[in-house]
Design a binder for this molecule. Structure first.
Ligand code: GLU
Length: 511
């Protein structure tokens, strides 16, 4: 799909609320594609619909991209390139001329219909069971520059009467467009209405602003969600009528993100319903104060979010699943993006995070765990906390689980997993434990290998198989049935503490 043109792609959200994870994926695919082809990635804020403006949404989008490290080269919040400004409301004055150009070439027209006129048209058509659209048929019955005399139009414009500019969509014409993911898409213009391009408030609509800016900003590829596919034929018409078809960007419409059950688009309510975030970072609705949870606050690492999002709609064609951002850039291609909706899988998302958590430096994890420990008024050595993190990090999916999985490293257990005791404790158990204690007392060195040897000796002496005793031994030391490698754990407890724990267990369990 490559040609000589420099790759320039854009992520063009409207600041109408927090950025949904589907939007983040669109940004990510644009980013990966741009980086792969040494191109530019642009953030453009499409805020021409002032009625849908939500305060804080723009800042939220910028913060989310920064947290994830999907940083644009140019755009709102990321520094001006040669095409600034990147916010459409600040480009307000550049659109009207193109709408006028379309009127002059006969591809658009002024429409003066009031909302009552439009309502009356709808009622009329409803009564005769026809689709109520402002189009090649109905336009002839309305108040526009195609039905009114030239003088009247002039007069109305001079009187500053309210008007919109509508695209004059041909009655029946095939519009063909090539989508890089779906192949050829054919649409008959009979299904498209005469879209408003320029509104009475002096602002362009999405369609006009989007096409004009993609042209002016030299965009080479439009990579966006599938929900915009129905608008694409209209955009093709605009490029054609504005005389820009030869530099029209290539289109790629990404598959939908589906609910975990697989039916329907993933919605913002699904996250709260099913217990996973649908937004990159937490969002507090400015009007209702409702809080929608974020990946960041839920303990996801940005690298893991990128990796898991990359796989929602794309795959590398190999079995490899863990990809750094650099590796994703190398491996990514539009050709391997699926046409079919991608089902969100909560467990897979956790799995990705787990893979990344286990590679986080122990020092970084320790800083988080230390907070939990000191909150409980326990004083500990920093190196000890770091070692604990090294041992338990394989077990957790989120760093916030550190304390839950490691608390017995800081507080000796006072209760012991009952199901294990019930299953494994017998008349020999106390004897074996006493022998292990004695063995430990006699050992000069206390490393995981000497601990293992001492343990094995005590078991052999009592003709006990390790498989019948090891879990009981773990419960005596930690109170719980599973955890990190047991002899390494005992090494970290140290000789005295280990012996003390076993003695305590003996006392408590026997009672
Ligand atoms: N402003 C549109 C949105 O909110 C952009 C669609 C496009 O990328 O063309 O998603």
């Amino acid at each position: 799909m490559m040609d000589e043109r420099k790759v320039r792609v854009r992520f063009a959200p409207s600041p109408t609320g927090p950025l949904h994870i589907g939007g983040v994926r669109t940004a990510l695919y644009n980013y990966l594609f741009a980086k792969k082809h040494q191109g530019d990635f642009i953030l453009r804020i499409e805020d021409t619909d002032q009625t849908r403006f939500v305060s804080g949404a723009e800042e939220y989008i910028i913060e989310s991209l920064k947290w994830l490290g999907i940083e644009p080269n140019e755009g709102v919040g990321f520094g001006d390139g040669q095409f600034a400004p990147y916010k459409q409301s600040e480009r307000k004055n550049s659109y009207r001329q193109y709408a006028e150009q379309l009127v002059a070439s006969g591809n658009a027209y002024y429409a003066f219909d009031t909302s009552e006129d439009l309502e009356a048209m709808r009622e009329r058509l409803k009564a005769s069971n026809v689709d109520a659209k402002y189009d090649s048929i109905t336009r002839s019955t309305m108040k526009n520059s195609l039905t009114l005399s030239e003088d009247e139009v002039k007069q109305r414009l001079e009187n500053k009467e309210q008007f919109v500019i509508r695209l004059k969509v041909p009655r029946k014409e095939e519009v063909k467009l090539y989508d890089e993911i779906r192949g050829w898409v054919n649409v008959n213009t009979s299904s498209i209405d005469d879209k408003v391009l320029f509104k009475s408030d002096g602002m362009p609509t999405y369609h006009l602003a989007n096409v004009v800016d993609d042209y002016l900003m030299n965009i080479s590829h439009v990579i966006r969600g599938e929900e915009w596919l129905p608008s694409a034929p209209l955009h093709v018409l605009l490029y054609r009528y504005l005389g820009w078809e030869s530099v029209m960007p290539k289109f790629a419409h990404l598959p939908l993100l589906l609910k975990p059950e697989g039916n329907g688009k993933l919605s913002k309510r699904d996250g709260d319903r099913l217990g996973f975030p649908v937004f990159p970072i937490e969002w507090k609705d400015p009007t209702t104060n409702e809080i929608l949870s974020g990946y960041k606050q839920n303990g996801y690492l940005p690298e893991a979010v990128i990796n898991l999002l990359a796989f929602l709609g794309w795959n590398p064609g190999t079995a490899q699943e863990i990809f750094s951002k650099e590796e994703l850039i190398q491996a990514f291609s539009i050709e391997r993006v699926s046409k079919h909706g991608a089902k969100f899988d909560v467990n897979k998302a956790k799995w990705f995070n787990q893979q990344y958590v286990r590679h986080v430096d122990n020092k970084i994890l320790a800083a988080e765990l230390k907070n939990n420990v000191t909150e409980k008024n326990i004083s500990v050595d920093e190196i000890y906390v770091e070692k604990v993190c090294g041992l338990v990090k394989e077990k957790i999916s989120f760093t916030k689980e550190l304390w839950d999985y490691s608390q017995y490293f800081f507080v000796a257990p006072t209760s012991f997993d009952e199901s294990v005791i019930k299953k494994r404790w017998n008349e020999k158990s106390a004897i074996v434990l006493n022998d292990i204690i004695e063995s430990f007392q006699n050992s000069i060195e206390f490393s995981h290998s000497t601990i293992e040897n001492a343990y094995n000796e005590a078991l052999i002496k009592n003709e006990m198989q390790s498989k019948d005793f090891l879990q009981l031994f773990r419960v005596c030391l930690s109170g719980v049935a599973s955890g990190p490698p047991i002899f390494e754990m005992a090494e970290l407890f140290g000789k005295e503490n280990t012996i003390l724990r076993l003695e305590t267990a003996l006392k408590n369990i026997k009672q």
